[in-house]
Structures are given as structure tokens and as C-alpha cells.
Ligand binder design. Structure first.
Ligand SMILES: *[C@@H]1O[C@H](CO)[C@@H](O)[C@H](O)[C@H]1NC(C)=O
Ligand SMILES: *[C@@H]1O[C@H](CO)[C@@H](O)[C@H](O)[C@H]1NC(C)=O
Ligand SMILES: *[C@@H]1O[C@H](CO)[C@@H](O)[C@H](O)[C@H]1NC(C)=O
Ligand SMILES: *[C@@H]1O[C@H](CO)[C@@H](O)[C@H](O)[C@H]1NC(C)=O
Ligand SMILES: *[C@@H]1O[C@H](CO)[C@@H](O)[C@H](O)[C@H]1NC(C)=O
Ligand SMILES: *[C@@H]1O[C@H](CO)[C@@H](O)[C@H](O)[C@H]1NC(C)=O
Ligand SMILES: *[C@@H]1O[C@H](CO)[C@@H](O)[C@H](O)[C@H]1NC(C)=O
Ligand SMILES: *[C@@H]1O[C@H](CO)[C@@H](O)[C@H](O)[C@H]1NC(C)=O
Ligand SMILES: *[C@@H]1O[C@H](CO)[C@@H](O)[C@H](O)[C@H]1NC(C)=O
Ligand SMILES: *[C@@H]1O[C@H](CO)[C@@H](O)[C@H](O)[C@H]1NC(C)=O
Length: 490
């Protein structure tokens, strides 16, 4: 838009204090832009039962049902519990200024509850944070990245309303112990994935799982848990720690399969079910209208006495609305969307009622559902900016996987180049306020139900060597150059 309405945009830019359109050079990133890379505890740490740590749901699941995940467990993973200094050495070698990692709930609170703190777990994160500080690397810390204490699953996990307080008590400990060194916090990573994605797979193993109800209870409590943790931070820690807090939401670019109104509406419906499910409450105080209507209608047709989507009380609406300092976005790929027929069996997927495909022209990657379409990143950023009042956005995950761990990873380099090009166009031409990009992932790791077959890393991990030796891939050197010069297409 800023190309068509040049003068208007200069005026607007001056007013909102953005980079002026005439000085926004789309091939060079501003010096304040945060480049980083990310990981999560279960995927890299290993040391699953060491030094007082108890099992998370994923430890239990991967050891009990590993046959469903390529016989993989996270028991050793990338061994970062022992090799974190190698991780930091890799970051230093590529000049990485920002690192996103997550805390393992069961390493810090083996009982899940806050009455018993495991000092060895606290020591691990203190050491990691101290080493990062010594290396001049700024942390972005995720408090919860899917590894629910198995103990709390016996109490219903995220479907239990008490989980809100259990999470807030855990977050309180994290803020208190680590907040002197952490200025960017993500409370919860991708609630859609653990509330909907994982259950929709796991229901094949456990058909009694009450799908259609589970997803929305889980999502509701995740939103409340995030909001209460956010408010607690503002009241108890903001003045002394001066940090910023959000939750991480994921969205691919959903485009209509054709440009028909029906397909374009279907794509918008999917955006609202996926991202709006969480973003609408924190920005506007309630679920998107379409979710409220569709789920209420479907629940009634299916014989439920009330909607399967819980309602926020008026005080909860006040609690959740505005509980974010910026938007944190994970985005990987694009989808083509059309309406599907109504199905009477209750589930989030049937409420969503769309079907999804990907273009055969998009390059394949290690994860079959993550075909390459970097233009989608720009579209998704614009949709979020337009729909949620032009927030500041940090991309907390985006990356390319292969199945080989090759060091000569030219496809990953083109993927990052294509994505960064689109991010910069989004900033300069669409006026979207993107302030950071965290590539996923720093190192090859345990990729959930794909096990070790899918590699996202800038850094290769030799899973067969004694010390899980790290080696920088060519993409790490490419990224190093981007970080140094701030130039894309360089
Ligand atoms: C982006 O957001 C940050 C934080 O709110 C703000 O300081 C900055 O001015 C914004 N930049 C633009 C270009 O709007
Ligand atoms: C953008 O910046 C690059 C690198 O500094 C420079 O080569 C190029 O000429 C600039 N483009 C414009 C339009 O100013
Ligand atoms: C997993 O282990 C089972 C039993 O040992 C074996 O039959 C199967 O081939 C293995 N699958 C993979 C993907 O390695
Ligand atoms: C545990 O959490 C409760 C609130 O649920 C709080 O009152 C108590 O101080 C916490 N204890 C510790 C050790 O943080
Ligand atoms: C869809 O695209 C075609 C070809 O560009 C165009 O003729 C048609 O008017 C478009 N339809 C709608 C609903 O925008
Ligand atoms: C919900 O049902 C009402 C009454 O049957 C109908 O008017 C409305 O269009 C439905 N809404 C949706 C989103 O399906
Ligand atoms: C949807 O239902 C209609 C009418 O029953 C049927 O003709 C059509 O094939 C169905 N479409 C899909 C994608 O199942
Ligand atoms: C790396 O891969 C590219 C493209 O596949 C190829 O052209 C190049 O020769 C390879 N380089 C090395 C050192 O193998
Ligand atoms: C692994 O690390 C240990 C301790 O740092 C070291 O003594 C040993 O030589 C390393 N082994 C290899 C194969 O690098
Ligand atoms: C990045 O993409 C541009 C085209 O958008 C291309 O000219 C350039 O060669 C690419 N750079 C790398 C390192 O792939």
C-alpha cells in the first residue's frame, strides 16, 4: 500500500513513529531487528530421568508408544542437558544474538506442583542462562512447550480448571528465579497443537478420548493460564524486571483453493479457528463470533445440553483482554482451503469443517505437511496485522526440514532467504511491525512424532557420537552473514 499512497504513508509513518516509507530499504534489516534461533526442552535436553527430573507426558508416551513415533524417545535427544556448552559454542560460532529455549516443568517441579522444587533442575537453567549472558546472547524463554508433567495428567492435564493455578504457580517460580536475566517470556507454546493437534492423533490410540470437548476445555484453560501468568508478571515482577510477556501462536497462510467467495470465506474461517481461537480473547476479550456460533449450533445438533466451547465470565474477559505485550508467531507453510461437508461426530476438525491441500508446485520438505511457500509468511503477517490492530510481531518459529542432516543444505538457505525477503517486504511495503525472527531450529533434535527422521537444524547433531557432536551446516554460515550484514539477497 505504501507504494501507491506514498505521501499518505510518510505522514502515517511520522505519526506512528515507524520507519519512514522512503527510507525503508527492503534488502537491509534495521539494527534493532532481533535475529535468533530456537529449541524446546523435550526435543533437545535428554537427561529425562536424571537429577530428580520426573516424567512429562511426552516421556511417558514416547517410552510407552514409541512404535508410533519411529521407535524414538526423548530419553537422550540431542543431549543438551549435558552438551549445552556445545550449543552455546555453536551460537557463538554463528554470531547468534538471540536464543529461544524452553524450561522443562518436570525438571524444576518433579511433582508438577510448586511445593517441591528440584534444585538440580534450577541449577541447570541458571548455568545455561549464565553462560548465555557471558556469551552476550539474549534469551527468549518459553515456560511451557508441551511437556506437561505426567503427574498432572492424572489430574486431567489442561482439561482440569485447576491447571490454570498449577501453571501460574510454576510460571511464578520461573519469573522469580530467572527473570533477572530473561526479558522476553513466552508463557505457552502453540496451544492449538497440544489442545487439538496431538489429541486428534492420539484419539486413534485411545478412542475413548472425548474429542470435540477436550480441545476447547484445554484451550480455555490455556488462555486463562496465560492471562493469569501475564497479570502476575505485571503486578509482581514488571517494576523490577522490565520484561515483556506473550504466548506463542501458530498459523500457516490459509488461502482459498479458488478465488470463489465460498473458498475465501473457508480460508478466513480457518484463520479464525486456528489463530483467532487464542488471539481474539487476548486482543478483543472473547472467542471469534464464528467459533461461538458454529460450535453452539453443532453442539445443539449433536445433543449436547450446552455448547462444547466454554464461555468466559465477564471478569475472565477483563482478565484475558490485553494480556500480551506483542504477538509471537510460529509459521511454516501455506494451505489451500475449501469447505468440507458437515459431519455429525463432534470434533474441532468437524466444527472447522474445511478441507486442506497444498500445491504440487511447492517444494517438499522433511515434514510432508510443510511444503515450501515463503510468500505465505508475508500474507500471514498482513492478515494478523490487519485483524489484530497492527501489533508488534516476533516470528518465534519458522524453518525448513530435511531427512538427511546434510551439511550442504542449499534448500534450507533458499528457504531462509525467501522467508526473510518476504518479511522485509512485509515491513516495508505492508507496514507490518515485525521486530524479530527466530529460525527453527538451532540444532537437529527429537521432532515429536517424527522422531529423529526429520532435521530442522542450522547445526547438525551426530546422534551416534559419544558427545552428540555439533557441526555447523552451510545454512548456519549463511545466517551468520545475514546477522552480520543485516542484508538479505546479499
Ligand atoms: C513496533 O513496535 C514497537 C514496540 O511496540 C514500537 O516501539 C515501534 O515503534 C513499532 N514500530 C513500528 C514501525 O511501528
Ligand atoms: C538498499 O541497501 C543496499 C545495501 O546497503 C544498497 O546496496 C541498495 O542500494 C539500497 N537500495 C536502495 C533502494 O536504497
Ligand atoms: C520399531 O521397532 C519394531 C519392533 O522392534 C520394529 O518392528 C519396527 O520395524 C521398528 N520401526 C522403525 C521405524 O524403526
Ligand atoms: C505455590 O503457589 C501458591 C499459589 O498457588 C502460592 O501461594 C505459594 O506461595 C507458592 N509457593 C511457592 C514456593 O512458590
Ligand atoms: C476469480 O478470478 C478470475 C480470473 O482471474 C476472475 O475472472 C473472476 O472474476 C474472479 N472471481 C472472483 C469472485 O473474484
Ligand atoms: C446457527 O443456527 C442458527 C439457527 O439455526 C442459524 O440462523 C445460523 O446461521 C447458524 N450459524 C452458523 C454459523 O451456522
Ligand atoms: C458433500 O455432500 C454432497 C451431497 O451429499 C455430495 O454430493 C458431495 O460429494 C460431498 N462432498 C464431499 C467432499 O464429500
Ligand atoms: C552443494 O549442493 C549444491 C546443490 O545441490 C551443489 O551444486 C554443490 O556442488 C554442493 N557443494 C558441495 C561442496 O558438495
Ligand atoms: C566427550 O567429552 C568428554 C568430556 O568433555 C571428553 O573427555 C571426551 O574426550 C569427549 N569425547 C569425544 C569423542 O569427543
Ligand atoms: C536470495 O533470493 C534472491 C531472489 O529473491 C536471489 O537473487 C539470491 O541469489 C538468493 N540468495 C541466496 C543466498 O540464496
Amino acid at each position: 500500500m505504501c507504494r501507491q499512497f506514498f505521501i499518505f504513508c510518510i505522514l502515517v509513518s511520522a505519526i506512528i513513529g515507524s520507519e519512514a516509507a522512503d527510507t525503508c530499504n527492503s534488502s537491509i534489516f534495521p539494527s534493532t531487528f532481533k535475529f535468533g534461533a530456537g529449541t524446546s526442552a523435550f526435543q533437545i535436553e535428554g537427561g529425562w530421568n536424571e537429577d530428580g527430573k520426573s516424567r512429562s507426558w511426552w516421556d511417558w508416551f514416547s517410552n510407552s508408544y514409541s512404535i508410533y513415533i519411529n521407535n524414538a524417545t526423548g530419553n537422550t535427544a540431542s543431549d543438551s542437558y549435558h552438551q549445552y556448552k556445545q550449543d552455546i559454542a555453536s551460537m557463538v560460532a554463528m554470531g547468534l544474538p538471540n536464543y529461544r529455549f524452553s524450561l522443562s516443568w518436570t525438571r524444576i517441579l518433579p511433582k508438577g506442583l510448586n511445593y517441591s522444587i528440584n534444585q538440580a533442575g534450577v541449577d541447570y537453567y541458571n548455568n545455561l542462562l549464565d553462560e548465555l549472558e557471558a556469551a552476550g546472547i539474549e534469551p527468549l524463554v518459553t515456560i511451557y512447550h508441551w511437556d506437561t508433567p505426567y503427574a498432572l495428567d492424572f489430574l486431567g492435564g489442561w482439561t482440569n480448571p485447576k491447571m490454570v493455578d498449577y501453571f501460574v504457580a510454576y510460571a511464578d517460580i520461573a519469573f522469580n528465579l530467572f527473570g533477572d536475566r530473561v526479558k522476553l517470556w513466552a508463557t505457552i507454546n502453540e496451544p492449538k497443537s497440544f489442545c487439538e493437534g496431538i489429541p486428534s492423533v492420539v484419539v486413534n490410540l485411545f478412542p475413548e478420548m472425548p474429542i470435540g470437548t477436550y480441545e476447547y476445555l484445554c484451550g480455555h484453560h490455556a488462555i486463562l493460564a496465560h492471562a493469569k501468568a501475564y497479570r502476575l508478571y505485571k503486578e509482581k515482577y514488571q517494576a523490577t524486571q522490565q520484561g515483556r510477556v506473550s504466548l506463542v501462536l501458530d498459523l500457516g497462510y490459509n488461502m482459498g483453493l479458488t478465488n470463489s467467495t465460498v473458498d475465501e470465506d473457508a480460508a478466513e474461517r480457518k484463520n479464525l479457528f486456528e489463530f483467532g481461537w487464542f488471539a481474539h480473547p487476548i486482543v478483543y476479550g472473547d472467542y471469534p463470533d464464528i467459533m461461538q456460533e458454529v460450535i453452539a449450533n453443532n453442539s445443539a445438533r449433536q445433543g449436547f445440553p450446552v455448547s462444547r466451547l466454554p464461555k468466559f465470565t465477564s471478569s475472565e474477559k477483563l482478565l484475558v483482554q490485553g494480556a500480551y505485550d506483542l504477538i509471537m508467531l510460529n509459521t511454516y507453510t501455506s494451505y489451500m482451503i475449501t469447505m468440507a461437508n458437515y459431519s455429525n461426530s463432534p470434533s474441532y476438525q468437524n466444527d472447522l469443517q474445511t478441507s486442506t491441500s497444498q500445491s504440487s508446485e511447492w517444494l517438499s520438505s522433511g515434514l510432508s505437511t510443510f511444503k515450501v511457500h515463503p510468500e505465505g509468511t508475508r500474507k500471514v503477517l498482513k492478515w494478523i496485522s490487519d485483524t489484530y490492530a497492527s501489533p508488534e510481531i516476533i516470528i518465534t518459529e519458522n524453518g525448513f526440514s530435511d531427512n538427511t542432516a546434510t551439511l550442504n543444505d542449499t534448500e534450507r538457505i533458499s528457504f531462509i532467504n525467501g522467508t526473510l525477503t518476504n518479511i522485509r517486504l512485509s515491513m516495508c511495503d505492508d507496514g507490518v511491525n515485525v521486530t524479530g525472527y527466530f529460525y527453527w531450529s538451532l540444532i537437529d533434535s527429537m521432532e515429536w512424532n517424527s522422531g529423529y527422521t526429520v532435521k530442522f537444524g542450522l547445526v547438525q547433531v551426530d546422534f551416534d557420537s559419544e558427545n552428540h557432536t555439533r557441526t555447523l551446516k552451510n545454512s548456519a554460515y549463511y545466517y551468520k552473514n545475514v546477522i552480520e550484514t543485516r542484508l538479505v539477497n546479499g
